[in-house]
Design a protein around this ligand. Structure first.
Ligand SMILES: Cc1cc2nc3c(=O)[nH]c(=O)nc-3n(C[C@H](O)[C@H](O)[C@H](O)COP(=O)(O)O)c2cc1C
Length: 316
């Protein structure tokens, strides 16, 4: 049975996006919240707390995430999310951004399996929270994972999601499927494949190659085409007739929430433009679509542009 996970994207998949996605599209079995990072203090930022509050979240299964290299920070966040009712905490060992990786966090920790071992050891001794791991193949080299997997074997983990790129690559180049295949033989844990699932066809290809994998995680592809998870679930290439009407309802619900949450037209339009950098991939009939969205400097011209994009695409 295919199980689909929604990958966290800081700045995109907050509770407003997750709720609107769940209400309009679905197809995802488990959602993951973007990471919590403590800034030297044992304190979780208010925006991160809000993102996890049960009353703000309507999705059925949500997992919080932490990025850290420090067991005490991990334990602090574990306790805080347990107080909110969460039973699992995901550990981010994948973030590629130099600001994070150079400080030995995210994918920057993959070259230091000793620290990973130490953190997991302390956490497993001191906390009863379930831990899952989200990782890349390494930071400098794809071989780093072969030193990390034996460490992970020592612990009970809910699962491990692997995005088969290295940190240094950021999002460039191809996913390294050969390395992912080698990892399959080296772990008893439930492995989740993550990376570049952008269409049903791309999913079918991956499924054909990795037929023992039932767990798949989708990030950017879900924002670019929110129908993708449900179509993967039904193995269908056919969109519903009202595809762009539903998209517009989803969009309008997101817009209304950001209009309420953010202050000033500029901020709201900027946030929506960030989404459109992905949404636009579902609008192939309007090659200048993104330009239209960028040009809109007030709500009226923005909504006019969105309406035009949706009606043009629906007419194709
Ligand atoms: C803008 C952006 C923000 C991201 N934020 C997070 C994050 O908070 N936590 C995390 O584990 N991964 C984060 N990622 C990585 C994605 O979750 C995912 O692993 C990656 O995009 C590969 O999957 P995809 O090809 O399906 O998008 C982020 C990626 C992007 C592009």
């Amino acid at each position: 049975m295919t199980r689909l996970y929604s990958s966290p994207l800081q700045g995109f998949t907050d509770y407003r996006f997750r709720n609107a996605f769940y209400e309009h599209f679905g197809g995802i079995d488990q959602y993951m919240a973007p990471y919590i990072r403590l800034n030297g203090k044992m304190e979780i930022k208010a925006s991160r707390q809000r993102d996890l509050l049960p009353e703000n979240n309507h999705t059925p299964d949500l997992i919080p995430q932490v990025i850290t290299k420090d067991a005490l920070e991990f334990l602090f966040v574990a306790e805080a999310v347990q107080k909110l009712g969460y039973k699992e905490l995901n550990w981010n060992l994948g973030c590629p951004y130099p600001m994070v990786a150079k400080r030995g966090m995210g994918s920057g920790l993959l070259g230091k399996p000793g620290i990973i071992d130490e953190v997991l050891h302390i956490v497993s001794e001191e906390s009863d929270i379930k831990v899952s791991v989200k990782m890349r193949l390494g930071y400098e080299s794809a071989d780093e994972i072969y030193e990390v997997l034996p460490v992970l074997e020592k612990y009970e983990l809910a699962n491990i999601s692997i995005h088969p790129r290295i940190g240094k690559q950021l999002y460039k180049g191809e996913v390294d499927l050969n390395s992912f295949e080698s990892c399959l033989k080296q772990s008893r844990h439930t492995l989740i494949y993550n990376g570049d699932i952008t269409s049903v066809q791309a999913f079918r290809k991956l499924k054909e190659r990795f037929n023992s994998i039932d767990h798949w995680m989708i990030g950017r592809g879900l924002i670019a085409d929110p129908y993708l998870p449900s179509m993967i679930k039904t193995d269908s290439l056919i969109y519903p007739e009202d595809r762009y009407e539903s998209f517009k309802e989803f969009h309008d619900s997101l817009f209304a929430q950001y209009e309420e949450a953010l202050s000033g037209t500029k901020h709201v339009l900027l946030r929506m433009l960030q989404f459109w950098e992905y949404f636009i991939r579902s609008f192939p009939s309007s090659p200048k679509g993104l330009k239209m969205i960028k040009k809109a400097k007030n709500y009226q011209s923005y909504h006019k542009a969105v309406q035009l994009l949706c009606s043009t695409e629906a007419a194709e």
